[in-house]
Design a protein around this ligand. Sequence first.
Ligand code: NCD
Ligand code: ZN
Length: 343
Amino acid sequence: MRLTLIRPDDMHLHLRDGSALPDLVPPLAHRFARGLIMPNLAAPVTTVAAAAAYRRRILAAVPRGRDFEPLMTLYLTPATPAEEIDRAREDGHIHAVKLYPAGATTHSQHGVRRIEAIYPVLERMIAAGLVLSIHAELPDPAIDPYEREARFIDTTLAPLVERYPELRIVLEHVSTREGIEFVTGASPRIGATITAHHLLCSRRNLFAGGLSPHYFCRPLLQSEATRQALVAAATGESPRFFLGSDSAPHPRRLKECARAAAGIYTGYGALELYAEAFAAANALDRLEDFASRRGAAFYGLPLNTATVSLEQTEWTVPDEYPFAGETVVPFRAAESLHFELVP
Ligand code: NCD
Ligand code: ZN
């Protein structure tokens, strides 16, 4: 069986930088027409000038003959001047500004501690029509790690939406029922990305056969019932849930150790993984909506024109992929996948 869809967009992913780009960009550009590039580099992408330079480095790694558009984001810090938002609007390549609560995830230490500090920037974003992309977890160490998304919604996101109803917001990598319910009940200005790993896995996978850091990501994988609720949202009618892989590679060395880094590498085959999740839910006919239409519509981008095809056939994921002179262990390493990209 062959499945053909309009070329999809990945509305949340990590490409890292430098010598990682030639490893990470080609598989992405092969599958997706556009990707929303997260700005949490070691030196975060906080200015339009830095985003433009990063964009050029990404484009230099796109294989010849492939058409791929990096949609850039800015990393919001308490020191981001409102004028940077004006520059972002004029630049035209910046599509979202990313809010990392300080301490919530990889390279988030430059993020925001007090939401009030960024009100002037948010007001300018409304005027500029820029999307606020949020890592929606409360990083307070006193809070149970499985409750950080729900607590962030209560304490921060719901009041923020009430204060700024015109602001377009994406609750990134939604992972809980509270998150799904919040988005479903909110205005059309509020959307959410869903990762392939949150559709395919629950926290059971973290512990199956011994503790596996390769299933450790933020936000955490939740219960099996929650996984099913996420599948229902992704395959359902709401136009506000769309594809964002959160592909987030770390070298094997930083995963297979004490204090393993959070992040799962799905970018080598993200579309195939989503197809697998949709096929398991008997909803392959909804994949094009989720992957190719809704994200573009939310961001006000034109629909892509070309198509991609997947073949339903079995292949084995390698044990590792090259990654910036080291290796990364991919999601589902050494296991079978049931869809393959038609070259
Ligand atoms: C991401 C990373 O490694 O950059 N990690 C993750 O677990 N998802 C950061 C993020 O999106 O939280
Ligand atoms: Zn991410």
